[in-house]
Design a protein around this ligand. Structure first.
Ligand SMILES: CC(C)(COP(=O)(O)OP(=O)(O)OC[C@H]1O[C@@H](n2cnc3c(N)ncnc32)[C@H](O)[C@@H]1OP(=O)(O)O)[C@@H](O)C(=O)NCCC(=O)NCCS
Length: 235
C-alpha cells in the first residue's frame, strides 16, 4: 500500500477519472473490476448512477472529498445512536487517517464523487482492525462496500497480515441480541445470533468474516458490540 501511495499519489498528479491502465496496476485492478459491473457511459447519468468506481488512498483525496468522507460517516450511521452525530466528530475521525501512519484510509470514488470509505487500523504486526466502513446511503448496494473490503484485505495481505477483525455494534435493534440480558451464558445467545431488522454482520459474513465474540452492554444495557474476524492466509 505504501507503494500505491507513492506511485499513485505523489508521482502521478492524475485525477482518478483520468487514469489509464498503465498508471497504477494496483489501483486500476479494482477500477476495472468495477468497470465490469458499471458500464462507462458518455450519456448524461441519473443522479445516483455510478459511472466508474476506483479505490484510492486518502492521501489522494481533495479537501472537499475529505469533507464528504466525514459527512458520509454521519449519514451512513444515522441509525446508530453511538456513532458520529456531528460533522466535527466525524472530521476528527477522518483526520486520523491522514495523520496517523498506523491508519490506512481507502476511498471509493466515481470520478470526483466520494461514494464511501474504509479504514484499516494496524493494531499489531499480525492484525488489522477494520474501522470504519461507510457507504453514502444514496450509493449503497452497488458494490462499493464489497470493493472497499476486498481492497483493504489485499493491502493487509501484502503487509503480511494474518487476520482482520472488527466490531459491529448493535445499538439500534438490528439483531436478536438487542435488548437481551445475555449473562451468564453469553455464548449460548451468541450462537443463536440472527438479524432481525438488518444488521451489517450479515454483510461481513458474506465476505468471509466469522462471529468470534461479543462485548455485552458496551453501548448500554442490551446493546452489544459483535466481534468478527477473517483469516487472510490459507492454512
Ligand atoms: C454495510 C455497508 C458498508 C455495505 O456497503 P454496500 O456498498 O451497500 O454493499 P455492497 O453493495 O458491496 O453489497 C451489497 C450486499 O451487502 C449486504 N448489505 C448491504 N448493506 C447491508 C446492511 N445494511 N445490512 C445487511 N446487509 C447489507 C446485502 O447482502 C447486499 O446484497 P443485496 O443488495 O443483494 O441484498 C453499507 O450498507 C453501509 O455503509 N451501511 C451503514 C454503515 C454500516 O453499517 N457500516 C458497517 C458498520 S460495522
Amino acid at each position: 500500500m505504501g507503494l500505491r501511495r507513492s506511485n499513485w499519489g505523489e508521482q502521478n498528479a492524475v485525477a482518478p477519472d483520468q487514469a489509464t491502465a498503465h498508471d497504477d496496476p494496483a489501483v486500476l485492478l479494482h477500477g476495472f473490476d468495477a468497470f465490469a459491473r458499471h458500464a462507462i457511459s458518455t450519456e448524461p447519468q441519473p443522479p445516483c448512477t455510478i459511472v466508474s468506481m476506483l479505490i484510492v488512498e486518502f492521501t489522494m483525496l481533495t479537501k472537499a472529498q475529505l469533507q464528504r468522507a466525514a459527512e458520509i460517516l454521519v449519514e451512513a450511521f444515522a441509525h446508530a445512536p453511538s456513532a458520529w452525530k456531528t460533522i466535527a466528530d466525524a472530521d476528527a475521525e477522518v483526520s486520523t487517517f491522514l495523520d496517523d501512519p498506523d491508519r490506512l484510509g481507502l476511498a471509493a470514488v466515481d470520478q470526483d464523487r466520494l461514494l464511501g470509505w474504509i479504514g484499516g487500523l494496524k493494531t499489531t504486526p499480525q492484525a488489522w482492525e477494520l474501522h470504519p466502513l461507510a457507504v453514502d446511503p444514496k450509493y449503497q448496494r452497488r458494490g462499493a462496500g464489497s470493493l472497499l473490503i476486498s481492497t483493504l484485505e489485499e493491502s493487509a495481505r501484502k503487509d503480511g497480515i494474518e487476520t482482520i477483525w472488527l466490531g459491529s455494534d448493535d445499538d439500534f435493534g438490528g439483531t436478536s441480541l438487542y435488548g437481551v440480558d445475555v449473562y451468564p451464558d453469553v455464548l449460548r445467545h451468541l450462537a443463536r445470533l440472527a438479524a432481525t431488522k438488518g444488521h451489517p454482520f450479515t454483510f461481513y459474513r458474506k465476505h468471509g468474516y466469522c462471529v468470534v465474540g461479543i462485548l455485552p452492554d458496551v453501548n448500554g444495557f442490551g446493546k452489544p458490540d459483535i466481534l468478527m474476524a477473517k483469516r487472510l492466509r490459507a492454512r
